[in-house]
Design a protein around this ligand. Sequence first.
Ligand SMILES: *[C@@H]1O[C@H](CO)[C@@H](O)[C@H](O)[C@H]1NC(C)=O
Ligand SMILES: *[C@@H]1O[C@H](CO)[C@@H](O)[C@H](O)[C@H]1NC(C)=O
Ligand SMILES: *[C@@H]1O[C@H](CO)[C@@H](O)[C@H](O)[C@H]1NC(C)=O
Ligand SMILES: *[C@@H]1O[C@H](CO)[C@@H](O)[C@H](O)[C@H]1NC(C)=O
Ligand SMILES: *[C@@H]1O[C@H](CO)[C@@H](O)[C@H](O)[C@H]1NC(C)=O
Ligand SMILES: *[C@@H]1O[C@H](CO)[C@@H](O)[C@H](O)[C@H]1NC(C)=O
Ligand SMILES: *[C@@H]1O[C@H](CO)[C@@H](O)[C@H](O)[C@H]1NC(C)=O
Ligand SMILES: *[C@@H]1O[C@H](CO)[C@@H](O)[C@H](O)[C@H]1NC(C)=O
Ligand SMILES: *[C@@H]1O[C@H](CO)[C@@H](O)[C@H](O)[C@H]1NC(C)=O
Ligand SMILES: *[C@@H]1O[C@H](CO)[C@@H](O)[C@H](O)[C@H]1NC(C)=O
Ligand SMILES: *[C@@H]1O[C@H](CO)[C@@H](O)[C@H](O)[C@H]1NC(C)=O
Length: 440
Amino acid sequence: MEISYPLIILVILLTMTKAQVPGFVNIDCGGTSTHTVDIRLQWTPDTDFPFGQRANTSFRNNNKTQYNTVRFFPADDRKYCYTLNTTTRLRYLVRATFLYGNFDNTNDYPKFVISLGATYWDTIIIKDAATPVLSETVVLAPSPSLTVCLFNASSGLRFISTIELRQFNGSMYYTLFEDQYFMFMAARVNFGAHGNASIRYPDDPFDRIWESDAVKRPNYLVDVAPGTAKISTTKPIYVNRGENPPVKVMQTAVVGNNGTLTYRMNLDNFPGNAWAFTYMAEIENLGPNETRQFKVVLPWGPPINDAIVNVQENANGNYRLYEPGFYNVSLPFIASLDFRQTNDSSRGPILNAFEVFKYVLINFGSADATAMAGIVASNPQAIWAQEGGDPCLPVSWSWIQCNSDSNPAIISIDLSGKNLTGHIPQELTSLTALVEMRNF
Ligand SMILES: *[C@@H]1O[C@H](CO)[C@@H](O)[C@H](O)[C@H]1NC(C)=O
Ligand SMILES: *[C@@H]1O[C@H](CO)[C@@H](O)[C@H](O)[C@H]1NC(C)=O
Ligand SMILES: *[C@@H]1O[C@H](CO)[C@@H](O)[C@H](O)[C@H]1NC(C)=O
Ligand SMILES: *[C@@H]1O[C@H](CO)[C@@H](O)[C@H](O)[C@H]1NC(C)=O
Ligand SMILES: *[C@@H]1O[C@H](CO)[C@@H](O)[C@H](O)[C@H]1NC(C)=O
Ligand SMILES: *[C@@H]1O[C@H](CO)[C@@H](O)[C@H](O)[C@H]1NC(C)=O
Ligand SMILES: *[C@@H]1O[C@H](CO)[C@@H](O)[C@H](O)[C@H]1NC(C)=O
Ligand SMILES: *[C@@H]1O[C@H](CO)[C@@H](O)[C@H](O)[C@H]1NC(C)=O
Ligand SMILES: *[C@@H]1O[C@H](CO)[C@@H](O)[C@H](O)[C@H]1NC(C)=O
Ligand SMILES: *[C@@H]1O[C@H](CO)[C@@H](O)[C@H](O)[C@H]1NC(C)=O
Ligand SMILES: *[C@@H]1O[C@H](CO)[C@@H](O)[C@H](O)[C@H]1NC(C)=O
């Protein structure tokens, strides 16, 4: 069944009440009160988080108050982990953002690592005090909670601005690999954008952040073919299929008026296997004898040189989404895209948006995680028991040591100050690699 566009808008408007959007979690790290920003998202401060300190940033924007504060952590060897409640086997977008804003008045730009549970996520490198760094992933929740951990600071202090969770509907971002792989976002671009602003909620009901192709970054969206032009429409676009890209993103595009569309970009954390999809809709009025047909040339990819894209035909009409892409394609660090008009086509190629994610094998945790979960659960008030995440992965808790096996096990525990004197917790007997208990 196809729901008409005005009805979708109506449904979205009705759910946009003052309360939190269903399926959204917005944590304002270091914030002090619940507040709503101009895009009508309600932010909740992390006042219950027992570690670190709040600080104000030099960033002052009343429309983006979530960036006015951060939570930062001491330069110690603890992991600091936030826990997010999820529903097992629902698909989510998880986003962490970091706006430095010189919160510590040192101008010492931080660099540290984040993980999603036991799985390495990203290395956060601050290069500019006023621009948020975003890390985003799409996951099929493997458990009733997810942890986001900060560790391994190699410069400055670890800090965080926001943690965001958005639940996807239906089969959006379904892949055959989702039980074993997280998808880490490498690119999400809105082509032909009006100005530099990103598009997100409420234009995108799932609050993905679609970056404008007008924003210039080194080695990103370069080598643009001569004759590339922006086009746009105000007509509604039918987008209610596949990944449901927002209408506003699909209303703009680039076209290769001289027959080719090319872009080159460096993809962070690649080479690797990727989920890579393009979003297209015919948004120009083609004459009755006109066509827009093009070939997709992938110098790095599988031989698909016979595939001819005809957006109008593939989408069953104008102003309708067509979403060609790859569920699993090997991409290099320097990736490029090359669309070429066919000889019998009257118009050049078109591109409205694309998204690229890297597949990362989920690390389901170390051998001793269950035993340690039992020990920390029986000491819920103790500071040492609240380090969170996996005891060994990607780095170990500050009071234990693990071996370097691919599935690491605990080899040493420091029990000093743990107030366990007199009885050895039952769980410790199941740690098969344990060779040392210090100060016990
Ligand atoms: C942050 O700024 C607010 C006023 O905007 C002030 O009340 C608060 O004390 C500041 N917090 C810190 C940790 O400096
Ligand atoms: C905040 O949003 C309002 C309305 O959307 C806009 O007029 C204003 O310029 C914005 N302010 C800043 C600092 O971006
Ligand atoms: C997360 O789930 C736990 C256990 O079900 C519950 O106690 C806690 O309040 C939940 N937290 C949030 C923020 O919903
Ligand atoms: C964290 O730091 C340790 C020690 O410097 C290093 O061995 C390890 O590879 C780092 N881990 C990650 C995930 O960056
Ligand atoms: C997701 O699906 C639910 C139930 O089908 C619906 O109520 C909700 O409006 C949908 N959300 C979006 C953003 O489409
Ligand atoms: C857009 O961003 C670029 C840098 O990426 C800047 O040069 C340009 O002035 C910006 N344009 C607008 C309209 O803000
Ligand atoms: C596009 O092609 C025409 C004809 O081949 C040529 O005259 C024109 O300079 C080209 N435009 C650009 C921007 O390369
Ligand atoms: C993708 O394809 C490669 C090679 O064909 C395969 O090794 C890999 O398991 C596939 N899936 C993912 C998620 O990488
Ligand atoms: C399309 O048809 C019109 C009139 O039928 C003709 O003038 C025009 O040249 C044709 N255009 C193309 C690209 O064939
Ligand atoms: C267009 O025609 C030329 C010469 O006939 C041929 O070499 C070329 O491969 C064709 N291009 C496409 C995209 O079909
Ligand atoms: C140690 O445990 C005992 C009994 O569980 C409790 O009464 C005492 O307050 C604890 N001491 C510390 C320092 O946590």
